[in-house]
Design a protein around this ligand. Structure first.
Ligand code: BLA
Length: 313
């Protein structure tokens, strides 16, 4: 690998706080600050949080363009292996929130996933409780976690309409309550999306509060492998990678993806991407660069209002 873990430092440290950045760039408050504040407060009220050890200098990093900042924060608790937040502030032209909560391996809880990418004219949104086990292939899982939540997503499908085609492979990591949408106005983000975000956080926390740890080591191992597979998918195919490369350089970006965003991808299993996703292998043994080998699909939401999957894959 081109990146050496212990020797990787961010391209630039920001010694001072955000106020310095605000002073030099005179920007309006980052779009997703309220989301972050809400999430940390709610999670902190639900469980006893401790900081997740972060690499020196990671909290706030200035990109090579000299103006975009990347803020990172992470916590853990008895039931959460990692609750991490990454936000990019590129001023009016770009705002990103990438928030995930990975449960401890004694739990088969879904993975909380908020992935919001905004420019001045467009907002690309994924909000979901990603199933640890493919919810269409594992009906018990769908029953256990999503059955009672269909009315909640139905509340949002009108105001946050399906975002059209997407990488077909992503569907196995999405749940029947996924919100995949593209919005045009900042107000829709601040009102409609924020309202959904609050509901989804609260629902996930309720699930977590009720979750019982398993003491069956085979089950723990299964959960670990499922989480590892999920992490490998995201660490390898994240649509944000090209942008992060551009902003922070390849080596630092790879360190950030592997050690922070998808922490666990190098420690929870020895499998490689192609072990889980052999359909991506090229004749020379490398991984196909495209995000999808099937292509993009799903013009319409592939779940009906009862949560039934309506597409044949
Ligand atoms: C686009 N992000 C997308 C798309 C999806 C996701 C589905 C639409 C394009 C596609 O179908 O691939 C998100 N995909 C997911 C998620 C899962 C998945 C959450 O499989 C989970 C299993 N995104 C980021 C970060 C950035 C970012 C950090 O997380 C930027 C730094 C950007 N996402 C981003 C951009 C696009 C995008 C720029 C549009 C460009 C593109 O489609 O390549």
């Amino acid at each position: 690998a081109s990146h050496s873990r212990s020797l990787c430092y961010p391209p630039f440290f920001l010694a001072s706080s955000r106020s310095h950045v605000a002073f030099t760039a005179r920007r309006c408050p980052p779009l997703y600050d309220d989301f972050i504040e809400f999430a940390i407060r709610e999670v902190g009220q639900s469980t006893c949080l401790s900081p997740f050890p972060l690499q020196e200098g990671l909290k706030e990093v200035l990109a090579e363009d000299g103006k975009t900042t990347l803020c990172s924060n992470a916590f853990q608790s008895s039931k959460m292996r990692l609750f991490r937040i990454a936000s990019l502030d590129g001023g009016e032209n770009m705002q990103v929130l990438n928030l995930a909560i990975f449960p401890n391996l004694e739990y088969d809880l879904p993975i909380f996933c908020a992935d919001f990418f905004s420019t001045s004219t467009k907002h690309i949104i994924v909000l979901d409780l990603n199933p640890l086990y493919d919810a269409e292939k594992n009906k018990w899982y769908k029953e256990k976690y999503y059955k009672g939540l269909i009315p909640m997503v139905n509340k949002y499908t009108e105001v946050l309409p399906w975002g059209q085609q997407l990488t077909t492979e992503s569907l196995q990591f999405f749940s029947p309550i996924v919100i995949w949408t593209k919005l045009e106005s900042r107000q829709d983000v601040q009102e409609k999306l924020f309202s959904a975000f609050k509901d989804y956080i609260q629902v996930w926390l309720k699930m977590m509060e009720g979750a019982e740890a398993t003491s069956d080591s085979a089950e723990v191992l299964r959960n670990q492998q499922a989480q590892h597979r999920y992490l490998l998918w995201r660490a390898t195919k994240d649509p944000g990678r090209p942008l992060l490369h551009r902003l922070f350089g390849q080596a630092w970006c790879e360190m950030y993806i592997h050690d922070f965003l998808f922490n666990g991808v190098t420690t929870l299993g020895a499998e490689k991407f192609l072990d889980y996703f052999p359909e991506y292998s090229c004749a020379d043994g490398s991984i196909r660069k495209e995000r999808s080998v099937v292509g993009k699909s799903c013009i319409h939401r592939p779940w009906d209002e009862h949560g039934n999957f309506t597409m044949s894959l």
